[in-house]
Design a protein around this ligand. Structure first.
Ligand code: GLA
Length: 397
């Protein structure tokens, strides 16, 4: 398959406006945009109070929104991705099994819980983000909904982190995915050509500029279905929690999270931790140090080191955390042998979805072609590759 060309934000906004007018027979009152994200380092560290290094993308969700006074109150939403219009009640919102509407609906419920009185809301949603690829189209939908609603109704919290937390609560409590804050934070705090560093324990963050021009980011989407809701993610979380508890006993001090365990002390007592818990914990503890090394590398403008750390992270996912799969391993291994490649790994939850590849811009076209060719020799389904830039965080347009 030739590399895909993604619609620009302006094209998405135009379509959102047109679809809004067609669906709701009125002009929209707000336009918002929120990007997807890629996890660069810090895999499954967020809910362990650890560190993450991520980027927001140019690929994004764009929403045209409006409000109406109707009784009872409802959310009317059109999604071009799913070619579907859904209307859902806002009085006592309940999730619709497996539906995309749960993301905007969950955010609206949280907004009301935070004290904002909602009228009926209409949304027309456009997206250039592949779904189910591990680039967090769901967090982008949440943040774009929140931005549009704050834009129309006011009430934006003084601390922007509260907006990311609100969207995370929507995903945890309404959609039912026990995710950490990586996705919502990255979609909101992204900055063009900057990496994002977050300490998930303290929620302190930093933005680190690109080490120079000429860096390409290529997403290679295996299209292997990854469903966070189906329990694998929750199982991994449970192993991390039980390892945390065991390490507290072994170290004989309070250990609130894996972030509070140093690598050396872990290595000294790891043999006394049950095997599966031990491997999951080792991945997380080593990922935390890799993020800190990655931040240092970026400050030194050493992109080659960052690339090595990404490859180490992927191997650790494969060998210790158990959240890779044959297709993702094939993509990372094949990419490693191609010209211009700097580093790559799976991005996000794992078990499928996409790999993130850093490479030299000049070679990005050839890189995508050769990766796709190798993939076609091995797997029947086509590979989707997308080159994207590091973009800005969520905001009103
Ligand atoms: C998913 C979750 C995030 C994070 C990553 C793994 O993307 O939504 O909170 O846990 O997996 O790092």
């Amino acid at each position: 398959m030739p590399p895909e060309i993604s619609p620009s934000c302006e094209q998405l906004a135009l379509r959102a406006r047109e679809n809004y007018e067609e669906q709701f027979e009125a002009a929209p009152q707000a336009l918002s945009r929120a990007p997807g994200r890629l996890e660069i380092l810090g895999n499954h560290t967020d809910y362990n109070n650890g560190y993450i290094l991520s980027v927001a993308l140019e690929l994004s969700v764009v929403i045209a929104a409006g409000q109406e006074e109707t009784s009872p109150r409802r959310l009317g939403a059109w999604s071009s991705t799913f070619n579907e219009r859904i209307d859902a009640g806002l009085e006592e919102p309940a999730p619709l099994a497996g539906s995309w509407i749960n993301y905007p609906l969950g955010v609206l419920r949280e907004l009301e819980r935070s004290g904002i009185r909602l009228p009926s809301i209409n949304l027309a949603i456009e997206s250039s983000l592949p779904t189910g690829a591990g680039v967090s189209s769901s967090a982008a939908l949440e943040l774009a909904t929140a931005e549009a609603a704050y834009g129309m109704l006011g009430g934006r919290p003084g601390d922007p982190m509260e907006e990311a937390r609100l969207c995370r609560r929507a995903e945890n409590d309404f959609v039912g995915v026990p995710c950490g804050i990586l996705d919502q934070f990255s979609s909101l705090f992204g900055k063009r050509d900057h990496f994002l560093f977050l300490d998930c324990g303290t929620l302190e963050y930093d933005r680190l500029s690109l080490p120079g021009a000429g860096l390409a980011i290529v997403i290679a989407d295996s299209r292997v279905k990854h469903a966070l809701i189906d329990g694998q993610y929750a199982r991994l979380r449970a192993h991390c929690a039980s390892a945390t508890q065991r390490l507290g006993e072994l170290l004989d001090r309070p250990v609130p999270s894996l972030r509070d365990v140093g690598l050396e002390e872990f290595l000294e007592c790891r043999d006394e931790v049950e095997e599966e818990d031990r491997k999951r914990a080792e991945h997380v503890i080593r990922e935390n140090s890799r993020v800190l090394s990655g931040v240092e590398a970026l400050r030194r403008k050493d992109i080659v080191r960052l690339g090595e750390l990404m490859l180490e992270s992927h191997s650790s996912s494969r060998e210790l955390f158990g959240n890779s799969c044959d297709e993702l391993d094939f993509l990372v291994e094949t990419a490693s042998g191609l010209p211009g490649f700097i580093g790559g790994k799976l991005s996000g939850g794992g078990f499928g979805g996409a790999t993130v590849n850093l490479g030299e811009e000049d070679s990005a076209g050839e890189f995508q072609e050769r990766l796709s060719t190798e993939w076609n020799h091995r797997f029947a389904a086509p590979l989707r590759t997308l080159q994207t830039r590091i973009g800005n965080g969520a905001r009103l347009l």
